[in-house]
Ligand binder design. Structure first.
Ligand code: PLP
Length: 390
């Protein structure tokens, strides 16, 4: 099997993983069969079977009941459903509930919370991480209140790979009765066991572990949590998500989970070794290069490398590497024509210029050591072209 394309080296798995060929087969079979899972005839029943297989697979992975799995279009929708459900429920008792989120959360969490805070619908406390991108449990404890309704903390950070102390934070949440929402998108298929993640609600996304894009799930680990629908329409997903289910994507998600369970989506010990080697090579290649995130490899995803290359412009570097057939990503996002440093890099204390020097290399189940060597060779070749201008 090869990466996204045989001639290219794809090292942007945290953005999206290549869809595993077995998953493509499963999706194609379901697409060819067609049908609406709500129809009672045989074609509809076949489509329903794919949806239910996906639900059961997610439940196995997360150690919960299939009835506690809501299939969605991805993690963004799942997170939004979770946030609005919890806030909708709590606001019936408290007009302006208190919410805590880490400053490391994905925009799928931060944006709806910041909108609610701007409208004075919630009191929001953002908890900053330390300089390696870990939110200390005591920092969360310091802001927790008797009336804290919701705490959002992701399992592993998508830009840095840093793994968060979920257990300790979950324990603190239980003491004040706050619901703990954990975005487990980057944890799935990256060496963390979803069934042991301590949270009331979890979210996952198929395209981060060999599955198809356009499908994810909200997982209710705490059966006492009441979820409320956001869209009105059909009664799919227990009325929580109206609209015809994406049976082909469900077939793909179910297959990706079977592959994950069978160990076919990569050996994390080997990945950790590959990560260690490439970190060493990067530091040797670029004077002053710093690997961001925890230095203890147990506290970082085995396949994520965020590296600051002082003096080099990451956006230009990404473009130059792309011309060499290497796909990586920059730590800054281009918004409205202006380079804005990512909120994550800002949160760990990087200035604007420093953040512009960060690239992320993320690999996965299909990456060969030779591809990493090729990427390093390409980097060596393009570095002289990409100095930052003062
Ligand atoms: N949360 C994290 C940590 C992510 O990395 C992503 C995707 O980049 C998302 C949420 C959103 O996932 P989706 O693409 O399924 O909406």
């Amino acid at each position: 099997m090869t990466s996204a394309s045989p001639t290219r080296v794809y090292l942007d798995y945290n953005a999206s993983t290549p869809v595993h060929p077995d998953v493509v087969d499963a999706v194609m079979t379901a697409l060819r069969t067609g049908g609406n899972p709500s129809s009672s005839h045989g074609t509809g029943r076949a489509a329903r079977a794919w949806v239910e297989q996906a639900r059961e697979a997610v439940a196995r992975l997360a150690g919960c009941q299939p009835t506690d799995v809501v299939l969605t279009s991805g993690a963004t929708e799942a997170l939004s459903l979770a946030i609005h459900a919890i806030l909708g429920d709590v606001r019936q008792r408290s007009p302006r509930p208190h919410v805590v989120a880490s400053a490391l959360e994905h925009d799928a969490v931060l944006a709806p919370l910041q909108t609610a805070a701007k409208r004075s619908e919630i009191d929001l406390d953002l908890v900053r991480p330390d300089s390696v991108g870990v939110v200390a449990a005591h920092s969360v404890r310091e802001v927790l209140r008797e009336d804290t309704a919701l705490v959002a903390l992701l399992a592993a950070q998508n830009e840095l790979g840093s793994i968060q102390p979920l257990d300790q934070v979950a324990e603190a949440c239980r003491k004040v009765g706050a619901v703990m929402l954990c975005d487990a998108v980057q944890a799935t298929g990256r060496g963390l066991d979803l069934a042991t993640l301590d949270a009331d609600l979890l979210t996952i996304s198929g395209h981060k572990f060999g599955g198809p894009p356009g499908i994810g799930a909200l997982i209710r680990r705490n059966p006492n949590i009441r979820l409320i629908a956001r869209t009105e329409g059909g009664l799919q997903e227990w009325g929580l998500r109206a609209g015809t289910e994406n049976a082909p994507a469900a077939a793909g998600l179910a297959r990706a989970i079977v592959l994950l369970e069978a160990g076919a989506l990569g050996n994390h010990f080997e990945m950790r070794e590959m990560r260690g080697q490439i970190c060493q090579d990067l530091v040797a290649l670029v004077p002053g290069a710093t690997i961001l995130g925890p230095s203890n490899s147990d506290l970082v995803l085995p396949q994520t490398i965020a590296v600051r290359l002082p003096g080099y412009d990451a956006e230009t570097l990404v473009a130059a590497l792309d011309l060499e057939g290497i796909a990586v990503s920059a730590g800054s996002a281009c918004a409205s024509g202006a380079l804005t440093p990512s909120h994550v890099l800002e949160a760990i204390g990087l200035g604007e210029r420093e953040a512009r020097e960060v690239i992320r290399i993320s690999f996965g189940y299909d990456t060969q050591p030779a591809e990493l060597t090729r990427a390093l060779d390409a980097l060596r070749h393009v570095l002289p072209q990409v100095y930052l201008e003062d």
